[in-house]
Design a protein around this ligand. Structure first.
Ligand SMILES: *Cc1c(COP(=O)(O)O)cnc(C)c1O
Length: 374
């Protein structure tokens, strides 16, 4: 059906699914398994000691990612969380401020910069994952005596339901940063989803930032890994800091080889995930239930269950009971993420599951522990 798994003899379910045959796993695009082509690259990857004189496959991945993103250099790291942490550590000094959107992954989920660095994280309110530009400017102008040195953006934006920052917004943030002598980092865990949705080139979108992190293990399907790309000097320093954090690995070309396949081949199919997110959203919306369904820009659909009179925890359990796996984003909102192990039939099954539960038809008997019955 699509590159990467098209070479496989069996169905996508038996060959590649991360969960049982009869479940539709919408919890995250991180559940995606390596493709056969990745295993093949892993088997053939030239290896070295990345902490000593270098691993050729890690170097190839770093150069490939840097080139794609139009940056001088790249650094292979175990996770995008570490890439973001290194971006902050390498571009700030003690007691400086980092400005970032209030619902951003770095501010809300990672917490590392707050615990492990001496910088101050200043959340800026906004909507759709984009900081309010006048609030951002105010934070820059009225700085209470502390220097702000870095602005972080996030695209696509996870908690804003996979929203993509408009290019004009990214350009405006960069202008503000340049006017006030700040650096810009983009948390691009799903950067290629944004690139796909905007039909932009990765390097053009990355040109609005000094550094960009990309995650290889989400929709791109590598088993693990991320890359931080940016100016040579910044990456040289980040490489030293990676060692400090314990993120320097040895024959890591084993993982980098899968990352090369992720960037070269897998980004081109992300549009399929976006189309399926739209299919899920549209099918549920058409049924005109009390569910509040987001209109996705990428591969994430947010479903607000407030008007159903049940909590998101109850919804997650009830859905799991009929083989549909989702996650609570708050007590009122569930998140569904599409990825390459789901086909149209899976999406329709998930949509119909939501619809049958909201109409009360399939809602389980009280007291039955669905999570345990999984
Ligand atoms: C998943 C995610 C991360 C962290 O990626 P890991 O590789 O799991 O550490 C960072 N930022 C955003 C926006 C994410 O969605």
């Amino acid at each position: 059906m699509h590159q990467g798994i098209s070479t496989m003899p069996a169905s996508h379910h038996s060959e590649n699914a991360s969960s049982a045959e009869d479940t539709v796993d919408l919890r995250s695009d991180t559940v995606t398994r390596p493709t056969m082509a990745m295993y093949e690259r892993i088997r053939q990857a030239p290896l070295g000691d990345d902490g000593l004189d270098g691993d050729p496959s890690a170097i190839e991945l770093e150069e490939l990612a840097a080139k794609q993103l139009g940056k001088e250099a790249g650094l292979f790291v175990p996770t995008c969380t570490m890439a973001n942490l290194l971006a902050i550590m390498a571009q700030t000094r003690r007691a400086e401020q980092v400005l970032l959107e209030q619902h951003s992954h770095i501010y809300n989920t990672e917490n590392g910069p707050a615990i492990l660095t001496d910088v101050i994280l200043k959340p800026v309110a906004g909507s759709g994952g984009a900081m309010d530009l006048s609030l951002l400017e105010e934070a820059l102008v009225f700085d209470r005596g502390l220097r702000s040195s870095l602005i972080c953006m996030e695209t696509s934006h996870n908690s804003a339901g996979g929203a993509v920052l408009p290019v004009s917004h990214m350009a405006a943030v960069q202008r503000l940063a340049q006017n006030h002598d700040l650096k810009v980092h983009v948390d691009g865990a799903r950067f290629f989803n944004a690139v796909t949705a905007l039909d932009e080139s990765p390097s053009r979108l990355a040109s609005y930032a000094d550094t960009v992190s990309i995650c290889l293990s989400k929709g791109l399907s590598a088993p693990a890994g991320a890359v931080l790309a940016g100016p040579k000097e910044t990456i040289v320093y980040a490489r030293k800091l990676r060692k400090v954090l314990g993120g320097t690995q040895r024959q890591i070309g084993i993982l980098a080889a899968a990352g090369i396949e992720a960037i070269e081949v897998m980004q081109s199919r992300l549009g399929e995930d976006h189309a399926r997110a739209t299919r899920l959203s549209t099918t549920i919306s058409k049924a005109q239930t009390s569910l509040g369904v987001s209109v996705p820009q990428t591969n994430i659909v947010m479903i607000d269950i407030t008007r159903t009179g049940r909590t998101s925890g109850e919804w997650v359990s009830a859905l799991a009971g009929i083989g549909i796996l989702t996650r609570s984003m708050s007590s009122k909102v569930l998140r569904c993420v599409t990825h390459r192990h789901l086909d149209d039939a899976d999406i329709d099954r998930a949509a119909n599951g939501f619809i049958s539960l909201v109409t009360g038809e399939a809602w389980p008997e009280p007291g039955r522990n669905l999570v345990e019955s999984l």
